[in-house]
Design a protein around this ligand. Sequence first.
Ligand code: SF4
Length: 316
Amino acid sequence: MDAPAAHATQADTGLTARQAEKAAYENNKLHKRLCRLVGQAIGDFNMIEEGDRVMVCLSGGKDSYALLDILLTLRERAPINFDIVAVNLDQKQPNFPEHVLPAYLRSLDVPFHIETQDTYSIVKRVIPEGKTTCSLCSRLRRGILYRVADELGATKIALGHHRDDIMETFFLNMFFGSKLKGMPPKLQSDDGRHIVIRPLAYVRESDTERYAALKNFPIIPCDLCGSQENLQRKQIKGMLREWEKKFPGRVDNIFSSLSTIVPSHLMDRSLFDFAKLEVTGLPLADGDIAFDESPCATTNTPVNIIQLQPQTTGGD
Ligand code: SF4
């Protein structure tokens, strides 16, 4: 698949030749960045292997379209062979435009399967009016997608969650669930029979937004079920946006911290055996300075040496 090109003419867009050239350059850069980040995540977590059949779950939202598009590009360049099959679950939400995805997928010549299951009616029947429907809805959806993966012989199930979803989930779990737990780029499904992958794990939502606009994906609105956007998730999203504006680099650092964990400096006794901790007589390179490293770096003197100096007083 080619890098996206500016299809509109100069007259259509009102751009000068120089502006059009700049826009094409930026678009190409975006496409390259998405390919690089997705390729990196796939490599870092060994998400896709030779002979895999990857079932790409397509909701009709910007992220899953971007996921499918980038995976198709990477498959052409990959040194390994793997298959892609796109799957959409039509949950029978009111006004779901059921022709949109099949038409799009046919235009790409991608094998696909549309699974029709009226989970919408089940959720409406079971959940009282005004209560959150998402948890039952997604549980039903998961079960159906796992079954479909079996039927299609898929070895991996690819979901379109991105970096912002991972960060939001991390803070949701911390703020409302008292857990240090995010959304893993690769995991075993809860039925123990599938490997679920999130190749967009390193990709920012703002990039999938721009990419969807650029590629003109036929987006299907995600509020057809009538459910309100999860208020807590919305708050977290706002908090992260605010941080990004006020403290550039903070959100990047938090995201990096998810891959740099020091269990001995947290408090989970199942991850680190504090009860059996004993002195070994051997200094640890990053033992007690794991947190203090950068503030002390300005002194050029290790903190434990400062602490061991004899105290001097002003007297004789
Ligand atoms: S927003 Fe609607 S479709 Fe999405 S999980 Fe919630 S209830 Fe289901």
